[in-house]
Design a binder for this molecule. Structure first.
Ligand code: GLN
Length: 327
């Protein structure tokens, strides 16, 4: 029995454009207001990009606009730490469990027996930043973080200085998290330095197109289809996608996986990256977010594309994007 589901590139393009037009005027959600810079980004911006395993990118809207990567950077640094320490050590030092709680939850740390849970929530991400090598060397760590994100996105990401300043003066709860983790021996370098690295990585500017390349690299088992470089192992790709599937939308992850059927990770800057293993990497961006911190238009767009093309990851079929017409 053939378990492949063939989707033509044309069908994918139609679904992407349809999603763009359908949700462009959606007025739900509000820009993140707890970080002053994000509150002032134009709320009308909206971009979608899908990167295929051959490196081709299908886009709609503002896919070249540069915005704060925010929590999507957690995925990149998790990959870096997985490369440096291996999959088992990450499980031991940080964990891979869903918290079911908001991204900056302190209660989650207490309930998980003083454990950061997963590198994809703030606690685990600060912990991951503390693990990045060379330990004890802030500049060396920052270079490693930036270089890794640049390789994933096929382009150097600039630091949005204004965003970095804005976050640095308003990240009090993250500082509390860093020091709480320190008291549980879950910060593996200097806490203030680890917090600063985390804040800086969140303030990198990325485009929707670049995010789709990062997503495609994970979807292709560590192979960047644009630069044609093998960046990490299949094992790391599968574990990263597992982390995303279980906690990518924080307390809304279950609802999302159930309905959209694609492991996806959000950032409060309005970006979302989704991974359909073997098929494509998708990204969407629009600043207004819901109360769990996930972009409203980006969620609607990705879910629409998944539904239109019947691509749910648990459908029992393997999606293949093909050039020719379906017969
Ligand atoms: N920098 C933000 C924070 O730590 C990132 C949160 C997010 O994107 N969910 O609060």
């Amino acid at each position: 029995m053939n378990r492949d589901r063939r989707i033509t590139k044309e069908e994918l393009k139609v679904a992407v454009n349809e999603a763009y037009i359908k949700f462009k005027r959606n007025e739900e959600g509000r820009n993140a207001c707890y970080i002053p810079y994000l509150a002032n980004v134009n709320r009308e911006l909206f971009g979608i990009a899908v990167c295929l395993p051959n490196g081709e990118i299908i886009t709609a809207g503002d896919s070249n606009y540069r915005f704060g990567i925010e929590s999507i950077s957690k995925v990149a640094t998790a990959i870096l730490v997985l490369k440096e320490y291996g999959t088992e050590t990450l499980l031991d030092m940080i964990g891979a469990d869903a918290t079911g709680m908001p991204f900056n939850s302190i209660l989650a740390i207490l309930l998980e027996n003083e454990h950061p849970s997963t590198p994809l929530v703030n606690a685990g991400a600060i912990s991951a930043a503390s693990m990045v090598r060379p330990v004890g060397n802030s500049r060396g760590k920052w270079e490693a973080i930036r270089e890794n994100i640049a390789e994933l996105c096929a382009g150097e990401l600039p630091l949005i200085e204004e965003l970095y300043k804005s976050e640095s003066v308003s990240n009090h709860s993250n500082r509390a998290i860093a020091w709480l983790l320190k008291s549980y021996d879950r910060i593996y370098d200097e806490p203030e330095m680890s917090l600063d690295l985390y804040t800086r990585q969140c303030s990198l500017g990325v485009t929707t197109k670049e995010l789709s390349i990062m997503a495609a690299t994970i979807a292709c088992g560590g192979y960047n289809p644009v630069t044609k470089k093998e960046l990490f192992s299949r094992r790391i790709a599968e574990r990263t996608t597992s982390l995303i599937a279980s906690v990518g939308f924080y307390e809304r992850t279950g609802d999302w996986m159930y309905s959209a059927g694609i492991p996806a990770k959000s950032g409060v800057g309005g970006g979302i990256l989704g991974i359909l293993p073997g098929a494509f990497g998708i990204a969407a961006f629009s600043p207004p977010i819901d109360n769990a911190g996930n972009s409203v238009r980006a969620q609607l767009a990705i879910r629409h594309i998944m539904e239109q093309l019947n691509l749910h990851i648990f459908s029992g079929e393997r999606a293949l994007i093909v050039e020719d017409e379906k017969n």
